[in-house]
Write a protein that binds this ligand. Structure first.
Ligand code: TRP
Length: 447
């Protein structure tokens, strides 16, 4: 049997888990959803969801993973054999394949933009040229397929070699570099003329805008950004030793992840408003504004290319964690060799990614069906990135609270004498707040 591997150290684990959490979700998805949903109010609800739902679910997943030492399907089976609970694990495995499929398309965009920036496409051009470059870019079918395939192959290549080998060391350099470049960009962006209007949009909530969709998208974004609801953190927890403290690890990961997202907002919105650009352009938002900034900064060619390469690498540590879930499932439950599992699942994601890769060309798939009138990438993002993860988180919270039971989970969380001062708060959240709130938000979508 294949050995499952283990994290080298606590810092290594936090960095690898933060590497999973920090990615396009923070720098591409968070700004575009904030822009689409009216700004500050969305940000407020998102941060609230991270604290009230995200952190408790993350702890639940880590505890489940470490207690069982298994993949999502195996973990549910180990605790409640002979029941249907392991289907929650299967939902996670399918969601992983689907999220990987469209996520890799956007990751491919970052690779393409790295090349474009370096080759000088954005030098001295204004916002309208940048917009044209983007729409031509996403409408080139072969290029999109090539970039998608390239990104998925990179992911397969690394996952087929096993988890911790190199991943921790890699994140140890990547994350601080990304943080630094984001801070520099933020300083630049905040000093642009008109930046204050962007800040107002980003920070001053307009409570009249509140509605069910804003709530669902903010909640979904919290789960998406923290890599929750489909067993990523569960799987990462299964590689964690009993000595490590779950609570502070989870808190660190959530803190780092949320900081990076908030930082990205401080770059995007001041810049957007200083250019008089609309915040609600959808998935292309950051690809419409960032090149405009890089076109103005002295040395912007190098700086911009460096930024996109770091973003691609941050996306890579996330796609690795996505692929790792189905792969761990096939290794544990079906006794497949790691290489075969990585290639098969990666190949499936590539296949399912094709409609998303082609959707920028205005090609509509199944457009006669209800819901399918929007572009496929946005649809897949909503179905798997929002709804499936919310359902997954709901099931995980319910399982830990009422099937596995919070006492058992707390035993795991405090194993080895670790302290957990907010244990009672966690129990209340996982038993009542998570299941109820997620359910209400999901159901409200149908009215
Ligand atoms: N959280 C990552 C990001 O923000 C994406 C991601 C990786 C993910 N693994 C996940 C999202 C598992 C949901 C579930 O870019």
């Amino acid at each position: 049997m294949e050995s499952r591997g283990n994290w080298g150290s606590r810092v290594g684990f936090i960095l690898a888990a933060a590497g999973s959490a920090i990615g396009l979700g923070n720098i591409w998805r968070f700004p575009y959803l904030t822009g689409k949903n009216g700004g500050a109010l969305f940000v407020l609800i998102y941060v609230g969801c991270v604290l009230v739902l995200g952190l408790p679910v993350m702890l639940a997943e880590l505890a489940l993973g470490r207690a069982t030492g298994k993949n999502p399907v195996g973990a549910f089976r180990a605790i409640r054999p002979g029941t249907k609970w392991h289907y929650t694990g299967y939902l996670g495995v399918v969601a992983a394949v689907m999220i990987l499929s469209f996520y890799s398309v956007v990751a491919g965009w970052t690779l393409g933009y790295c090349y474009k920036t370096l080759s000088g496409s954005f030098r001295l051009v204004g916002k309208s040229e940048v917009a044209v470059i983007f729409s031509r870019f996403i409408a080139s079918p072969w290029l999109q397929l090539l970039l998608l395939a390239l990104f998925i192959f990179l992911t397969i290549f690394i996952v087929s070699k096993g988890v911790s080998a190199g991943l921790e060391k890699f994140s140890m350099v990547l994350m601080p570099a990304l943080f630094l470049i984001l801070i520099l960009l933020m300083i630049y962006s905040l000093t642009l003329p008109g930046a204050e209007r962007g800040l107002a949009f980003y920070l001053k909530p307009d409570f009249t805008e509140i509605n069910g969709r804003v709530f669902l998208e903010a909640m979904g974004q919290a789960f998406f950004s923290l890599s929750l609801g489909m067993g990523t953190m569960l799987t990462y927890g299964s590689y964690l030793s009993k000595k490590e403290k779950l609570v502070s690890s989870a808190a660190w990961v959530a803190f780092l992840d949320t900081s990076v997202a908030l930082l990205a907002g401080f770059i995007i919105f001041p810049a957007l408003f200083s250019q008089n650009m609309a915040p609600d352009q959808g998935p292309g938002l950051v690809f419409a504004i960032l090149p405009v900034i890089f076109g103005k900064i002295p040395g912007g060619v190098i700086f911009g290319a460096f930024f996109f390469i770091l973003l691609a690498l941050a996306a890579l540590t996330s796609t690795i964690s996505l692929l790792e879930v189905p792969v761990a499932f096939l290794i544990d439950e079906k006794k497949w060799p790691r290489r075969r599992a990585s290639w098969l699942i990666g190949g499936l994601s590539l296949l399912f990614g094709i409609p998303s890769a082609l959707s920028g060309g205005g090609v509509k798939f199944f457009s006669r069906l209800p819901l399918f009138h929007v572009d496929f990438l946005s649809l897949w993002d909503k179905v798997w990135g929002n709804i499936a993860l919310s359902i997954g988180s709901l099931l995980i919270a319910f399982f830990v609270a009422y099937v596995w039971k919070t006492a058992k989970a707390l035993e795991e969380i405090t194993a080895g004498g670790a302290r957990f001062r907010l244990a009672r708060l966690w129990v209340i959240s996982i038993k009542y707040i998570c299941p109820l709130l997620i359910l209400v938000v999901l159901i409200s979508q149908f009215f």
